[in-house]
Design a protein around this ligand. Structure first.
Ligand code: CO
Length: 170
C-alpha cells in the first residue's frame, strides 16, 4: 500500500467532473487504489477522500468514521460510482474542512440523511442508508466527483486553528 500525494486548490483536477468507473475497471486493481486512498486518508489524517484529490479523475470515494461518545461504531466505506438516490427533507448546518483546501473551515448546509447506491471496488452493488456526520462526509466527497468544493456551498469560511482542522478534514 502507498500514501498518495493530495492535490490542493487551485489544481484543475479538483474542478473537473470525474469519469465513471467502467465495468472492466472493477477488480483487484481498483481495490488496490481504494486501499491506497484509505492509507492516504488515514495519514492526512482525514475522514474521507475522493479520487480527484489524489489527481485521479474517477468516481471513487473512501469514508471512515466513528464517534465513541455518540455511540457511532467504526465504519469504513469504499464506493465506486456513488449516487445519491434519496435525501431527507431535514437539512442541517455543520462545519467542514477539506484536505485539498488546507487551513480553511466553513459552515455548510447538507441533507441530514441520504441513501447512496454504488458498487464496491470489486463490483458488488451497494445501497447505504446514512445519517448525521457520515451522510455529511458522503455529500462532501460526492461533490468532489462533480468538481464542487465545500467553499462553493459555505455561508461562512474562516481560517482554522490546527486543532479544529484535525476534527473535520475531508
Ligand atoms: Co474535501
Amino acid at each position: 500500500m502507498a500514501v498518495l500525494e493530495i492535490v490542493t486548490v487551485p489544481h484543475p483536477v479538483l474542478r473537473r467532473k470525474a469519469e465513471p468507473i467502467r465495468d472492466e475497471e472493477f477488480g483487484p486493481e481498483l481495490e488496490r487504489l481504494a486501499h491506497d486512498m484509505i492509507e492516504t486518508m488515514r495519514a492526512a489524517p482525514g475522514v474521507g477522500l475522493a479520487a480527484p484529490q489524489v489527481n485521479i479523475s474517477k468516481r471513487l470515494i473512501v469514508v471512515e468514521y466513528e464517534d465513541e461518545e455518540e455511540g457511532i461504531p467504526h465504519q469504513l466505506y469504499a464506493v465506486a460510482n456513488p449516487r445519491i438516490v434519496r435525501v431527507s427533507p431535514r437539512r442541517v448546518w455543520g462545519v467542514e474542512g477539506c484536505l485539498s483546501i488546507p487551513g480553511m473551515l466553513g459552515e455548510v448546509e447538507r441533507a441530514y440523511a441520504i441513501t447512496v447506491v454504488g458498487r464496491t471496488p470489486l463490483g458488488q452493488p451497494l445501497r447505504l442508508d446514512l445519517e448525521g456526520w457520515v451522510a455529511r462526509i458522503f455529500q462532501h466527497e460526492i461533490d468532489h466527483l462533480n468538481g464542487i468544493l465545500f467553499t462553493d456551498r459555505a455561508r461562512r469560511v474562516w481560517r482554522a486553528s490546527e486543532e479544529e482542522e484535525a476534527l473535520t478534514a475531508v
